[in-house]
Design a protein around this ligand. Structure first.
Ligand code: MAN
Length: 348
């Protein structure tokens, strides 16, 4: 059995809010990469209005580089879960927080870190926030897939960054509702590959991850579902987590799954699994293995804005160790480390 080391890395109180009238309620779901030998995380920062008003709920959104708050009467709201409310008069949903991204450089050993950049939402397709970045290195380019949330829905977008750590937007890849997009590190038969997670409003299917091809990283086709067995651990949700890497001549990714909530207004339990695909026929699923080490067990994975969540979003290999970065309880960033040799033994 591989020996895992888990530890809490970053928490919301360690980050200054983007405005004085906001509080940081989450620092979680980070993308990860190594740039010039430094470990770089792109962390999702969730904020809520500092002010509380009796009988009203403040729903934040971005407008021209600033967060503004819409105050809505509480009796016009139905809480879907801690994250989402429905407005009774229009039937439309809103988030109770809004997210942007912060670039953080972390020292090996995890004792020291530094915030080196901020990426704020921009334009009408990001006005409810940008979330859950995944960083993929493809042909020397650092590609960031992320979720763009707005009154137009929950879409998946692409940006590019490099040594200057700017955020160059390249556009929406998959229209609503679609998230958890990860790009493969190498092309197959001349085509780039991505996993994505469409949401089927008409529930004919169990939750699924789909594969798609592209010749330019912007236009995607040849969509097909991956044959990931539906089990209790992924009965409510399943989606890409850490972008695939090549281990033992296979594509290896981490995915997440969520159990069905026990009651309305609650969220299921999110945990991670190892997904292994054929390197030459990536639509062929070779194995799916839930990882008990990456299921909620630590206090910081159990208590938080959304309890019982382990949500892996980035990983790196350094000094023979695989470091998996994940969101814990939609509140913190944590890291789970394991020797790459021991991890490789699980790739079958
Ligand atoms: C879900 C969760 C939230 C996220 C919204 C919008 O409710 O994944 O964390 O903010 O979707 O993407």
């Amino acid at each position: 059995m591989p020996r895992w080391n888990k530890r809490l890395l970053l928490s919301p109180h360690q980050f200054a809010p983007s405005q004085e009238d906001l509080i940081v309620v989450g620092a979680f779901n980070p993308g990860a990469t190594i740039l010039d030998g430094r470990i770089v995380l792109v962390v999702r920062i969730a904020e809520q209005p500092r002010e509380k008003r009796l009988g009203q709920v403040g729903l934040p959104r971005w407008e021209q580089g600033q967060v503004v708050v819409d105050w809505v009467a509480e009796d016009n709201l139905r809480w879907v879960d801690p994250r989402v409310v429905e407005m009774r008069d229009t039937g439309l949903m809103r988030l109770t927080f809004t997210s942007h991204l912060r670039v953080v450089v972390v020292e090996p050993g995890w004792e020291r870190w530094e915030e080196v950049g901020r990426w704020y939402p921009q334009g009408p397709l990001e006005s409810y926030g940008i979330e859950d970045p995944r960083i993929g290195a493809v042909e020397q380019r650092l590609l960031v897939t992320y979720v763009a949330v707005s009154p137009h829905g929950v879409a998946s977008a692409l940006a590019q960054t490099d040594a200057d750590l700017q955020f160059d937007r390249l556009g929406i890849l998959f229209p609503p509702e679609n998230k958890d997009v990860v790009i493969f590190p190498e092309s197959v038969d001349g085509a780039y590959l991505a996993m994505h997670r469409p949401v089927n409003a008409t529930r004919f299917s169990k939750p699924e991850i789909w594969l798609a091809n592209s010749h330019n990283l912007l236009e995607w086709g040849n969509h097909r579902p991956l044959a990931i067995p539906s089990c209790p651990w992924n009965a409510d949700r399943v989606g890409g987590g850490c972008p695939p890497m090549v281990i033992a001549d296979r594509f290896v990714a981490l995915i997440h799954g969520a159990t069905r909530p026990e009651e309305a207004g609650k969220v299921g339990r999110y945990a991670a699994a190892l997904l292994v695909l054929d390197r030459h026929r990536p639509d062929r699923v070779l194995s799916v293995t839930p990882l008990p080490a990456l299921a909620p067990s630590e206090p910081y994975e159990i208590d938080g804005f959304v309890p019982h969540v382990v949500f892996p979003t980035g990983w790196i290999v350094k000094d023979e160790q695989l470091h998996i970065f994940y969101g814990a309880a939609d509140t913190h960033v944590a890291v789970a480390s394991v020797s790459i040799d021991q991890f490789s033994l699980m790739v079958t």
